[in-house]
Design a protein around this ligand. Sequence first.
Ligand code: HEC
Ligand code: HEC
Length: 229
Amino acid sequence: MIHIKNHLAAWIALAVLLAVPPVSAVADNVVPPVSASNDSKDNPKWVKGVGDPFAGKQKSLICQGCHGVDGHSTDEMIPKLAGQYEGYIAKQMRNYQAGTRTHEYMNGMASPLSDQDLDDISAYFSNQTRMKGKPSALNKRGQELFLKGNIAKGVMICVYCHGGAGKGLESDIAMYPVIGGQNKAYLIKTLKDFRQDERFNSPSIIMNKIVRSLSDADIEALSDYMSSL
Ligand code: HEC
Ligand code: HEC
């Protein structure tokens, strides 16, 4: 039953995305290549997607220097990559290469990588034990926004696209990243980047629109909640 609901939510989300008119030159409508999906929330299997996770292990050592062992980053400002969707990681890397996402380190890190390297590294990280948050006191305000949004203010319900525990949708839709269990300071930063249009690489700038009317306190509460999942 849950599964059917998830699929329904995925289709609703997709319909919403497709219904949003394409916006200006900053819109990035490239849908990432869909890879074989992980069908377990916390323990992704070693699946063969677009890339080769075994080859990716060696190639990802430099990345692990910042993103933590196997992508379990303990630096609050550096996102965890462990158990993130392969298609999402690869898309971000291609966005850094193309300059449609910018960061002082990451554009330089991405630019020398071949398509094959990038797919292999993405496959490696996506097959690690999925990121998990530190248990903390329940942030009720954050939970409320996450589960119910604020329709009057145009804040869409996060769960529709990111899944109940923020682990994405357990189907082959790799475009919705895992956000549950991600580092809090990174979540705050990237949500503010979306709000200020400093990050504009989501399809049809959907994330920018969703967070537009969130206050700093809303973002703090949401990030606190998501990072605990
Ligand atoms: C010098 C440190 C450093 C190194 C080395 C590094 N990264 Fe990053 N990476 C970062 C930081 C910091 C961010 C957060 C960017 C932001 O705030 O938008 C990031 C962001 C990312 C993201 C976006 C994650 C998301 O959730 O959207 C991906 C994917 C990524 N890095 C992959 C890699 C890969 C693959 C490598 C190796 C080829 C690598 N990184 C090497 C520091 C690093
Ligand atoms: C209609 C679908 C949809 C809804 C609803 C949605 N998101 Fe997203 N979100 C996306 C997509 C697609 C991306 C990936 C953007 C990209 O490719 O760079 C994303 C990316 C993100 C990221 C960046 C993750 C990372 O690792 O950098 C965060 C954080 C996020 N969303 C939080 C939220 C929150 C909080 C809500 C609810 C207030 C929400 N999203 C609602 C579709 C959605």
